[in-house]
Design a binder for this molecule. Sequence first.
Ligand SMILES: [Zn+2]
Ligand SMILES: [Zn+2]
Length: 456
Amino acid sequence: MPVAYRRSFLSVRSQLHPQTMPIWGRTFLQVTAAYTRVFAKDAALPLDFAGIALLFCQGPHGRYLRVRASLKRQRDNGINAIYGGTIPRVAHLPRAEDGRGTLDEIAEPIQRWGARMHGVVFEGDSKVRLASFPDPTPGPGEVVLEIRASGMCGSDLHVYRRPPNQSNPAVIRGHEPCGVVVAVGAGTTGAHARMGARVMVHHYAGCAGCMQCDSGWPQMCEEVPIQVYGEDQHGAHAPYMKVRADTLVPLDDSLSFAAGAAISCGTGTAWGAFERMGLSGRETVAVFGQGPVGLSATLIAKAQGATVIALDIDDDRLQVASSFGADFTVNPKHGDVADMVGELTHGKFATMVLETSGATSAAAESIRIARNWGTIGLVGIGGEFRLILSQVLRKQLRVLPSWTMSIQAQRACSDFVVKKGIDLDRIFTHRWRLDQAEEAYQLFSQQSSGKGVFLI
Ligand SMILES: [Zn+2]
Ligand SMILES: [Zn+2]
């Protein structure tokens, strides 16, 4: 039986009228509703029904059904929602490709599919699929969020590319959650654990009692194995997500859900590094890598008043960095990085260097372009940082690796974004539906596009 908060649109089947039309060389079965007002008894709110479109596809595992359901629900912000999804491997599809199948035959698999929640899982070797899960039920100290935005983060790619035996297809991915509280577990307390609250999630859970957890760093818990949402616990690439109430961070009314998703890891990671490094407006900051974290760093450093040198081997990304306010751009492919940065800074180099790319070469160049007494922040994962002591020592450099951010820093980052009016939504170049996860991750994996977000 679906949980009370569930939005259901499938009780309309007896009111559907099918018609067919060829689109993109395939038969597209358009089903429209005779009634515009639908009230599903298990839905929290009445839904205004717009239509369902079904696309029958042939995949490697047989035929499957692609569903686009257009639903309008009057939300508090007045935005209408469109839900979509894919029904995998429907065994006995009716003769609907020519439109002659009976409506009940079509509706039945849809109904079966819609009775459960679907989330994105990684199967290993860069394969993703939508898998079905029961709706989450919150226990004591927990809430369920209706996810509105779930960001794609560079660290997801490491997991996405793992071989199948190191992948865990039982876990829903996505560790940049942002949404609305729709269910609160019995006895759950906390300022943000209330129905309708707009929230982000600090995506780690520890013991909640040790010094690390107490200081806002549950990812460094010293008492229990940490739980990372989207890796050890179900993440946000799904319509609903259960989280501990103490992981919630309020989302300011002026911020979009997508912006909240970015702050929940990518942008928060840039902020966390700068917090450790002690960024001020006096600095000249060089940022290696202009992916989602690097671009966030560029935005934050500019808003702080610093001079920013953006570095990337992709000229398109550098162009974006310029449009985000970077004062100078450097492509390491076009010459010696230290020469170029030296020229731009009249031989003074960068007082701060933030390495976000994860490339070993960039980590090595960080030492070369840092000014005497400078600070190097390291957040990019994947490469090596070789500490050549003679170089670091004689420049009196500070080298600070930084792992994401504390829960307080996530909130501080959010406050800064609001106060400075930073348009974080610009970071997202692609907005996806969950049923486009395969395409979304394929594109993201090329690491030449910007950042993607699932809007749910
Ligand atoms: Zn702990
Ligand atoms: Zn991340």
